[in-house]
Design a protein around this ligand. Structure first.
Ligand code: SAM
Length: 219
């Protein structure tokens, strides 16, 4: 199979399984117009996040790496009445675009964007009354993934779902010489040694190329 086929098949399922709609399409368009890189999750993966958050019955969701809020909107849609999602973003411009998109999606009462380096804003979530999240999506800068795993476990309870995106990196993850995957490999080493979490990795191909994600559940 070829990347063209992966793309066509993503498109086929996107149409058949309704993994997009005019609101989501307009958000991707707004992101492009605002100059944001197209590194959001693919529509089929956004819907997977939504389904997983529903399966988990998530009331409180934490996201690391907002970009334009595309995945935040998918996850926000999975929340029941009164549910909350906090999403952490370094870049002020990204956060501004995301807030506008979240408003367009009608989720401004459920979703809060917090601006700053996640390692600085994570400790402040306690002051906001968060002790444990039901669902955590890690999708920010890859070198900090090992730190993000520690924070995610800090903000977990038994049953918390933790997802980390972009862990395959076109297959580079098993190349120990590749500096760009060191954060991911350290993240995997921590998971490997940590007895508090059960996890697996799923490789994916599609409109965003060859990559994969890790899914874990805190014991
Ligand atoms: N989750 C988004 C989606 O699927 O629509 C995509 C997120 S994008 C892959 C990664 C984001 O993490 C970028 O917007 C980037 O600015 C942000 N980021 C990078 N370093 C960060 C940090 N130290 N703290 C918080 N966010 C960071």
């Amino acid at each position: 199979s070829t990347p063209e086929q992966w793309n066509d098949i993503d498109l086929y399922f996107k149409t058949k399984l309704h993994t997009s709609d005019p609101v989501l399409d307009s958000i991707l368009k707004a992101n492009t117009e605002a100059g944001l890189p197209a590194i959001d999750v693919a529509p089929n993966q956004g819907k997977l996040l939504y389904l997983l958050a529903k399966l988990a019955g998530a009331n409180n969701i934490l996201e690391l790496g907002t970009l334009g809020g595309y995945s935040s909107i998918w996850l926000g849609r999975a929340l029941p009445e009164g549910g909350r999602l906090v999403t952490l973003e370094l870049d002020e411009h990204h956060a501004k675009v995301a807030e506008e998109n979240i408003r367009k999606a009608g989720l401004e009462n459920k979703v809060e964007v917090i601006v700053g380096p996640a390692l600085d804003t994570l400790p402040t979530l306690k002051e906001k009354g968060f002790t444990a999240f039901d669902f955590i999506f890690i999708d920010a800068d890859k070198p900090n993934y090992p730190h993000y795993l520690k924070w995610a476990l800090n903000y977990s309870r038994s049953g918390t779902v933790i997802i980390a995106d972009n862990v395959v990196r076109k297959g580079r993850v098993i190349d120990p010489e590749d500096a760009s995957v060191q954060g991911i490999r350290q993240f995997v080493d921590l998971l490997s040694e940590d007895t508090r979490i059960d996890s697996t990795a799923v490789q994916t191909v599609g409109s965003k190329g060859y990559d994969g994600f890790i899914l874990g559940i805190v014991k």
